[in-house]
Design a protein around this ligand. Structure first.
Ligand code: NAP
Ligand code: MG
Length: 397
């Protein structure tokens, strides 16, 4: 008997190899077991082109309405893709469009499998990373100083008040300058999204910055985080989780000795660097999930990897592929269990958890795709093709 999913999930289809995997997930793993209302948006690059990218905006608005979405990887067209797909123009990144409409923060979380050992021995639970996606060096103004001169920082208030001029440096010769900024609105959104995520996952929240050196800039981030966490103190206590502010170097040192299980909130640059370190430390892009969380607690789940173009070209030539579908499957289970929690339908949450357990156990029993077979301990005798992996999981379901 099918399990009923009470409220709709917004489904965003995508491109290339992940589009093929997407169809298999629905046909082999989900639709035989669930009565579900999927609000379908085709974000495949051809349909985005046909609709002048309207479909991406419609999908993001649908997530605002329904609260939960799941997204397949999509092509962000560059010049080569414009030619390949004969597009009207190089449309913007769908993820960027969705992120700016929902004002969300992206969290990445690895899937832990016993026979894929992490590079860091103590990591037994997933480490999630939340990266602030606005400002700092990513929206900075830089200047290469040619010769001796005086550099200043100037602020002109719009509504009265005095102009502020701060001395930056008196150059005796050539050098370099950078001015960067952030906004209270963006930092507050980021802090709230991190707090929502930590409460949703019932995990500790770590935030690291360097407020001992950057007393005002980094200090402001700390101030906002402390204030927002304080406002949710009762909920943190209810779930038995902690908010910790640490100096960024202390956070890095402690992560390498921790067993995991926390959300690590990072300023923009730290998140750029640390998310790649954590991702490769846990093994494979095929095991990395990603979720966009808005300050109003709207969610879009996806795999962290792209459309796996090289495998798709092989597939098109009629060659067998061994593409890892795990992160895409977990995008669906993430959306389903969030839907189930919001709807108060435990059977939906249980179905999602069971599917996750079966996927992990399938790999632990030795059936895995080529990317994992290369790093598994012990190594399996052979690797599974894309569809073979699905069939093994479907049989267990
Ligand atoms: P990619 O799709 O992440 O794949 C890069 C390489 O990583 C693959 O060629 C493959 O290595 C390995 N890989 C990634 N995911 C895998 C999986 N599930 N199973 C097995 N191997 C996996 O990145 P890309 O090829 O550079 O980009 C392709 C397209 O994806 C681009 O058009 C880009 O715009 C788009 N993209 C979309 C998103 C998104 O929608 N969130 C994110 C990133 C990129 P081997 O070839 O060595 O097997
Ligand atoms: Mg990076």
């Amino acid at each position: 008997m099918a399990i009923t999913v009470k409220n709709p999930i917004v489904e965003m289809d995508g491109d290339e190899m992940t589009r093929i995997i997407w169809k298999m997930i629905k046909e082999k793993l989900l639709l035989p077991h669930l009565a579900i209302d999927l609000k379908y948006y085709d974000l495949g690059v051809r349909h985005r082109d046909e609709t002048d990218d309207r479909v991406t905006i419609d999908a993001a608005n649908a997530v605002k309405e329904h609260g939960v979405g799941v997204k397949c990887a999509t092509i962000t067209p560059n010049a080569a893709r414009v030619k390949e797909y004969n597009l009207k123009q190089a449309w913007k990144s769908p993820n960027g469009t969705i992120r700016s409409i929902l004002d969300g923060t992206v969290f990445r979380k690895p899937i832990i499998v016993k026979n894929i050992p992490p590079a860091v021995r103590s990591w037994r639970k997933p480490i999630s990373i939340g990266r602030h996606a606005y400002g700092d060096i990513y929206k900075s103004v830089e200047y290469k100083v040619p010769n001796a001169g005086k550099a200043e920082l100037v602020f002109n208030p719009v509504s009265g008040g005095d102009k502020v001029t701060l001395p930056l440096h008196e150059f005796k010769g050539p050098g370099v300058i950078m001015g960067m900024h952030n906004t209270e609105k963006s930092i507050t959104s980021f802090a709230r999204a991190c707090i929502n995520y930590a409460l949703g996952e019932k995990s500790d929240l770590w935030f690291g910055a360097k407020d001992t050196i950057s007393k005002i800039y980094h200090g402001f981030f700390k101030e906002v985080f402390d204030r927002e966490a304080e406002a949710k103190k009762a909920e943190f206590q209810k779930f038995g989780i902690r908010y910790r502010y640490m100096l960024i170097d202390d956070a890095v040192a402690q992560i390498m000795k921790a067993e995991g299980g926390m959300l690590w909130a990072c300023m923009n640059y730290d998140g750029d660097v640390m998310s790649d370190m954590v991702a490769s430390g846990f093994g494979s892009l095929g095991l990395m999930t990603s979720v966009l969380v808005s300050p109003e607690a709207k969610y879009v789940y996806e795999a962290a990897h792209g459309t796996v173009m090289r495998h798709f070209y092989e597939h098109q030539k009629g060659n067998p592929t061994s593409t890892n579908s795990v992160a895409s499957i977990f995008a669906w289970t993430g959306a389903l269990s969030r839907r189930g929690e919001l709807d108060g339908t435990p059977a939906v949450v249980q179905f999602a958890r069971r599917l996750e357990t079966i996927v992990v156990e399938t790999i632990e029993a030795g059936t895995m795709t080529k990317d994992l077979a290369a790093i598994a301990e012990p190594k399996p005798g052979k690797y599974a093709l894309t569809e073979e992996f699905f069939d093994t999981v479907a049989k267990q379901l």
